[in-house]
Ligand binder design. Structure first.
Ligand SMILES: Cc1ncc(C[n+]2csc(CCOP(=O)(O)OP(=O)(O)O)c2C)c(N)n1
Ligand SMILES: [Mg+2]
Length: 620
């Protein structure tokens, strides 16, 4: 059965706009008794069908697959094979990342014997009240399709269902086919048609004409329209179509994390990032917008600044999205369809904003550019600020190069400050914001786009969580440039904790001090744990150096351009110097009762701030 599955996967293709490509770039895997004799044997016997890539951690291999799939606009991905037990459960976080971000990955965890003969087999969970449950059931809620193959011939409908979901722009995410280890090696009669080349056509669906008319009517009376561009704009390849439409109409564009790059940063109608991590320009325009056109966005809490971003009492939403789930959010007028085709349809209606509105938008965008200049050149001492590190990487990176990030304070600062010049140049995983995605995801990005330089920006906390795929980068001779921003702990959460009255508790890397009250207080500098990230990276086989200043960082990045192997640059930054918020709010609730005055004060501020959160229930 595993042999048939490998041959099937190798023969899957997708086609969009007349361009056909192979869907699976290969198969990541770590072997154990649950897959070595099944999928492992099949990959070994036919190495040309599906190339095998060895990873260090199962979670990381899903991140690599996700990075690859996102970079390829979801038109290609990887399969990931694991053993049973811990190998399989290590997939859960990776699966959640893929599913939350709507990115296809195929997971093939081994499973316990379908025969139940060896019972309990090594690493089997014995679930006392149900015989058909294994640890793989933890993958159900994070998979858009889940199946367990208990008889060999079941692989035929299961594999077809898996491909339907993986290639569906609306339904895609992680797909899990759990493969009991005895079934993997079973023989069965495989129909030739199952193994034949199969092409999945990716449609560009249009909303019904009446819905387009309703949206055009709303736009016709709008005075302060705003487009919020999400990841769907980029996946759909709609950036050029969007640019033409906004130039014809004068409607400004704000971007979500996944949508950043929808317009080049210096386009006069680009307001940049929106929401909690948004620019002053975007957040000001959002506050007063009377019509918000969301295109390919899931409307996350960060995008809407916990539903406080849009304050016009009569604001209405039009949502262009392939997924009904998203198209109906905020009581929006749902345009269920592909971003590019739907923008084309909307562009058939003539509309232009008033000159005063356009002038205001363009002025705000110019003012924001000056703010970025300021933050790039802050000259903070004695340690540089993170914004200066971002500025240095941005200056050295070429226009088509890619920045990769996921968690900590970097994603918010990158969202505000990174100057994106190419639709695929900004790759921040902020759907699940997973510490540890960065290096593994960056590896996948590099595999998908070998002709671009990939700059992974990663905090020390994320680095320590999952850095070992550096070894895989060395193995595959893939050059990624990793910039580790070392502030000795979880600076972002430390700041959040302080703002909530909890004094940064548990967010520094410190020796445990005796007699502590349990409160994490500022201790002497020497208390910081002596972690040498540069030495750690070198020990994994990467070129590695520690730099002290921004000019040393520039020199290191210039050197890294020349070197053809993974290159890690570590720089210490000031943990308390951060880019401010720009008229936005994030709903994180402090305790209603506390013995600490700081917590009580923060609760009071919170009660006040949350009055700005809205419900957006207005029917159409
Ligand atoms: C796997 C995981 N665990 C916990 C969190 C919550 N969290 C968000 S940021 C952060 C700290 C990240 O530290 P670091 O990478 O050093 O970045 P910094 O905050 O210092 O910028 C934590 C713990 C998370 N996002 N992901
Ligand atoms: Mg840190």
């Amino acid at each position: 059965m595993a042999q048939a599955l490998v041959r099937f996967l190798a023969n899957q293709y997708v086609e969009r706009d007349g361009i056909e490509q192979r869907f699976f770039g290969g198969c990541w895997g770590i072997f154990g008794h649950g897959n070595v004799a099944g999928i492992g044997q099949a990959l070994h016997e036919r190495p040309d069908d599906l190339r095998y890539y060895q990873a260090r951690n199962e979670q990381a291999m899903v991140h690599a697959a996700t990075g690859y799939a996102r970079m390829r606009d979801r038109l290609a991905t990887f399969a990931c094979t694991t053993s049973i037990g811990p190998g399989a459960t290590n997939l859960v976080t990776g699966a959640a990342v893929a599913t939350v971000n709507r990115v296809p990955v195929l997971l093939l965890p081994g499973d316990v014997f379908a025969s139940r003969a060896p019972d309990p087999v090594l690493q089997q969970l014995e679930f006392p009240s149900a015989g058909d449950v294994s640890v793989n059931d933890t993958l159900r809620p994070v998979s858009r399709y889940f199946d367990r193959i208990t008889r060999a011939e079941q692989i035929i409908p299961a594999a077809l269902a898996a491909m339907r979901v993986l290639t569906s722009p609306a339904d895609t995410g992680a797909v899990t086919l759990a493969l009991p280890q005895d079934v993997q090696v079973e023989a069965f009669d495989v129909p030739d048609d199952f193994l034949a080349k199969r092409t999945w056509h990716i449609e560009r669906r249009l909303p019904e004409a009446a819905a387009i008319v309703r949206a055009a009517e709303l736009l016709g009376v709008a005075k302060r329209p705003l487009i919020v561009a999400g990841g769907g704009v980029i996946y759909s390849g709609a950036t050029e179509t969007l640019r033409k439409w906004v130039e014809a109409t004068g409607i400004p564009v704000a971007e979500t994390q996944a949508g950043k790059g929808a317009l080049p940063f210096d386009h006069p109608l680009s307001l940049g990032a929106i929401g909690v991590t948004g620019t002053l320009a975007a957040n000001r325009v959002a506050r007063d917008a009377d019509l918000v056109i969301g295109i390919g966005t899931r409307w996350t809490d960060f995008t809407t600044a916990s539903k406080s971003a849009f304050q016009d009492p009569h604001v209405r939403f039009v949502n262009v999205n392939v997924a009904e789930l998203d198209a109906h959010k905020h009581s929006g007028l749902a345009l269920v369809g592909d971003a590019r085709s739907t923008i084309d349809a909307l562009a058939g209606w003539t509309y232009t904003v008033e000159p005063a509105y356009r002038d205001k938008v363009e002025r705000l965008a110019r003012e924001w550019a000056a703010e970025v200049d300021r933050l790039y050149a802050l000259g903070h001492a004695p340690l540089p600020a993170q914004s200066e590190v971002i500025g240095a990487v941005n200056e050295v990176a070429g226009p088509r190069d890619v920045v990769v990030c996921a968690a900590g304070s970097l994603p918010g600062e990158l969202h505000k400050l990174w100057r994106t010049r190419d639709p695929k140049g900004y790759h921040v995983e902020y759907g699940f914001s997973t510490m540890g995605y960065e290096i593994a995801g960056g590896l996948g990005v590099k595999m998908a786009a070998p002709d671009r330089d990939v700059y992974v920006l990663v905090g020390d906390g994320s680095y320590l969580m999952l850095a070992q795929e550096l070894v895989t980068a060395v193995q595959e001779r893939l050059k990624i440039v990793v910039v580790v921003v070392d502030n000795h702990g979880y600076a972002s959460i430390g700041g959040l904790s302080r703002s909530l009255g909890s004094q940064g508790f548990g967010t520094h890397y410190r020796y445990r001090t005796t007699g502590s009250l349990g409160l994490d207080r500022e201790g002497p500098q020497g208390d910081t744990l002596p972690i040498d990230i540069a030495a750690n990276a070198a020990s994994l086989g990467a070129a590695s150096e520690r730099v002290r200043t921004v000019s040393e960082l520039r020199a290191a990045l210039t050197e890294a351009k020349r070197v053809e192997r993974p290159y890690v640059v570590t720089i210490e930054t000031d943990r308390y110097e951060s880019v401010p918020a720009y008229e936005s709010w994030w709903d994180v609730a402090p305790a209603e009762v506390s013995g600490l005055a700081e917590v009580r004060a923060s609760r009071e501020r919170y009660e006040n701030a949350r009055k700005s959160a809205r419900r957006h229930l207005r029917p159409h």
